[in-house]
Design a protein around this ligand. Structure first.
Ligand SMILES: Nc1ncnc2c1ncn2[C@@H]1O[C@H](COP(=O)(O)OP(=O)(O)OP(=O)(O)O)[C@@H](O)[C@H]1O
Length: 255
């Protein structure tokens, strides 16, 4: 049997620059990158290095200035805005540091609203939502609460349920534990680990080493390119070996 990993995203010669006033700032240029199915890919790098910008280009949330992003056989960089929005809705789940749940709806209704937009049947969605709420450890009583009535960790876990309810090909996360305390953070990271163990492909941007340890592949963005990458192997627990490997890698990268 071949161990060759299947590519989901192939990015070629990506360039992204922003023009502010009369100054052009190039964030990355000539960047080539493959993202593989089933990987938990972590993007690290110093503040302002372009981690989020890269994630936005890969997911179609933003367009690169030039270059190509191909998902399976679909070149998303040449889709119209409308088609790109449909593509994203179908293929991407997003989790951010800020949790954008709708305040006037229960956690369950927030999730069901997201699945209704995808055209899934209500019965199937309710069944799957219940499974996911179990997975993220949110009991039935809490699912009926409004976002203002739950903890930050519970709200973020519900946000993750909403992000994966439509079975996205890739779950994208940008500092998903950035606003959480240590216990809530661990509970959220445990959800990412469970999803990854169930086969979910994940791309996550973080500054945090503890978070990065949950991934199996760490990319380091620096000087407008993927400066280095580290194969951490699959997370089982925060073993000293993986931690040492990540520490050495980050030192090499100039972290
Ligand atoms: N819409 C925009 N207009 C102009 N400049 C932008 C825009 N978005 C990002 N930038 C610039 O691009 C650079 C990279 O930003 P980005 O948010 O990708 O960095 P990052 O590595 O994720 O940083 P951090 O870790 O601090 O969140 C920054 O210098 C930022 O100011």
């Amino acid at each position: 049997m071949s161990n060759k990993k299947e590519i989901i995203i192939k990015a070629t010669k990506l360039k992204k620059s922003f023009i502010t006033g009369d100054t052009e700032q190039t964030i990355f240029e000539n960047l080539d990158l493959n993202i593989y199915r089933g990987d938990f890919t972590v993007i690290m790098g110093s503040s302002g290095a372009g981690k989020s910008t890269l994630m936005y280009s890969l997911s179609g949330m933003d367009r690169p200035s030039s270059g190509e992003v191909v998902w399976n056989d679909k070149t998303i960089t040449s889709l119209s805005d409308d088609r790109l929005a449909i593509f994203r809705r179908k293929n991407c789940g997003f989790v951010f540091q800020q949790i954008y749940l709708l305040d006037k709806m229960s956690l369950m209704d927030n999730v069901l609203t997201a699945s209704a937009l995808s055209g899934a049947s209500k019965k199937d969605s309710v069944k799957y939502a219940k499974e996911l709420f179990e997975l993220v450890n949110i009991p039935e009583i809490t699912r009926k609460k409004f976002p203002s009535q739950v903890s930050g960790g519970e709200a973020q876990r519900a946000g993750i349920v909403r992000a994966v309810i439509n079975k996205p090909e890739i779950l994208f996360a940008d500092e998903p534990t950035g606003a959480l305390n240590s216990n809530n953070s661990t509970a959220v990271l445990d959800v990412f680990t469970k999803l990854h163990n169930d086969g979910q492909s994940i791309i996550l941007v973080t500054h945090d080493k503890k978070t990065a340890l949950r991934g199996n592949r760490v990319l380091y963005v620096k000087d407008g390119m993927i400066y280095g990458e580290c194969d951490l192997g699959v997370y089982t627990n925060e073993s000293k070996d993986r931690e040492a490997k990540l520490n050495n890698f980050l030192t090499e990268m100039g972290w």
